[in-house]
Design a binder for this molecule. Structure first.
Ligand SMILES: Cc1ncc(COP(=O)(O)O)c(C=O)c1O
Length: 361
């Protein structure tokens, strides 16, 4: 994270790859035109590629990376995905299905038998673990084994876990995707996506898809994302420690009916997560007593915590996921997603407990 993606060491060379603002490059080199590549992206790609254990490509957003990966599915192909896949990915798959481009098979991603059965005759298995926002854990090694038996390509959205907690390529996954907007960049100031693979053939296909679909990031975004990645380990260490404390305290609060966090020993995904991940991450979800109004009241009452969408930044964010029309109807109306930041945990708890008290008192 700290040492990779640096310019050559020579007298007076800068320590950081600069923001390279040029739409074209002198002829004769591998870049040629800025829709193909840019030195500012390449520095970030070197770091994220090394972290995930493959070759990385930068995209304009997580959805641009996801769309380019979906574009590789053959016409009429079958994609297997969790019914609780991130709402943007799910919506795109639904649109592609409505256009007759592919068929989607929705599964319960933490049920290995269901995943294995759905892989028969499929082209791609799309894994997200933990899922956003239901926080389900997929047994990635078991899913990859079932996919391989059936000649199915595997993709894993590793946004929630980050490469520090979970390494899908090492578990046999073919392509990892990220919303780098979240933990990787980490400061809620940039949108970017990444795709990483060990396969040169897939990398070349994705490079072509990126160049021709044109979902490329700006060089300043790449600079900011790399600046964020440099401190990923420190931010993650603090935010996931905070998340564990808040999860435990939420369980004991009278206004909370259920907490979903794989770090809790009685969480449905705990055993698999403990085996597969080296930490449980910084996002959790919980359900409050009452209905929509009570859940919204908690979001309105917090002061240190920010009522906003997104996740993975240094600041703690809360939102009711069902306020989005794209969110699945089986996500409870009163489910609040909490992306835990790096603030003082007692300050966070005082704020959250105070907001929860407003709906119990
Ligand atoms: C798990 C996951 N994947 C992908 C995305 C999409 O990323 P972006 O918003 O950078 O396009 C998100 C966004 O929230 C996400 O949570």
């Amino acid at each position: 994270m700290v040492a990779a993606g640096r310019p050559l060491v020579e007298p007076d060379a800068p320590l950081n790859v600069p923001v390279v603002l040029s739409s074209t490059f002198h002829a004769g080199g591998p870049i040629a035109y800025a829709r193909s590549s840019n030195p500012s992206w390449e520095a970030l790609e070197e770091v994220v590629g090394q972290l995930e254990g493959g070759r990385a490509l930068s995209f304009a957003s997580g959805m641009a990376a996801i769309s380019s990966v979906l574009d590789l599915i053959p016409n009429g192909g079958v994609i297997v995905l969790s019914s609780h896949t991130y709402s943007g990915t799910s919506a795109r798959v639904r649109d592609l299905e409505a256009a007759g481009r592919l068929t989607a098979r929705l599964v319960t991603i933490d049920d290995p038998d269901e995943v294995a059965a759905a892989c028969v005759g499929a082209d791609v298995l799309w894994i997200e673990s933990p899922t956003n926002p239901a926080m389900e854990i997929c047994d990635i090694a078991a899913a990859v084994a079932a996919a391989r038996t059936n000649g199915v390509r595997t993709v894993c959205d590793n946004t929630f876990a980050t490469p520090l907690l979970q390494q899908p390529l090492e578990l046999g996954v073919d392509i990892v995707v990220h919303s780098a907007t979240k933990m990787l960049a980490g400061h809620s100031d940039v949108l970017m996506g990444m795709a990483i693979t060990k396969s040169d053939a897939i990398w070349t296909q994705l490079m072509r898809a990126r160049t021709l679909l044109g979902g490329i990031p700006g060089p300043f975004e790449a600079f900011l994302a790399l600046r964020g990645v440099r401190t990923l380990a420190l931010r993650l260490e603090r935010s996931q420690a905070n998340a564990m404390v808040l999860a435990e305290r939420l369980v004991a609060h009278a206004a909370v009916t259920r907490v979903r966090y794989p770090g809790l020993p009685d969480d449905r995904g705990h055993a698999v997560a403990a085996r597969q991940m080296s930490g449980f991450g910084s996002v959790l979800a919980f359900e409050t007593v009452g209905g929509v109004d009570d859940a919204e009241a908690v979001c309105d009452a917090v002061r240190l915590i920010t009522h906003a969408t997104s996740l993975g930044g240094v600041e703690t964010l809360i939102e009711r996921r069902r306020r989005w029309p794209e969110e699945r109807a089986d996500i409870p109306e009163n489910l609040l997603r909490l992306s835990v930041g790096i603030e003082n945990v007692d300050d966070l708890w005082a704020d959250l407990a105070g907001a929860l008290d407003t709906i119990t008192n």
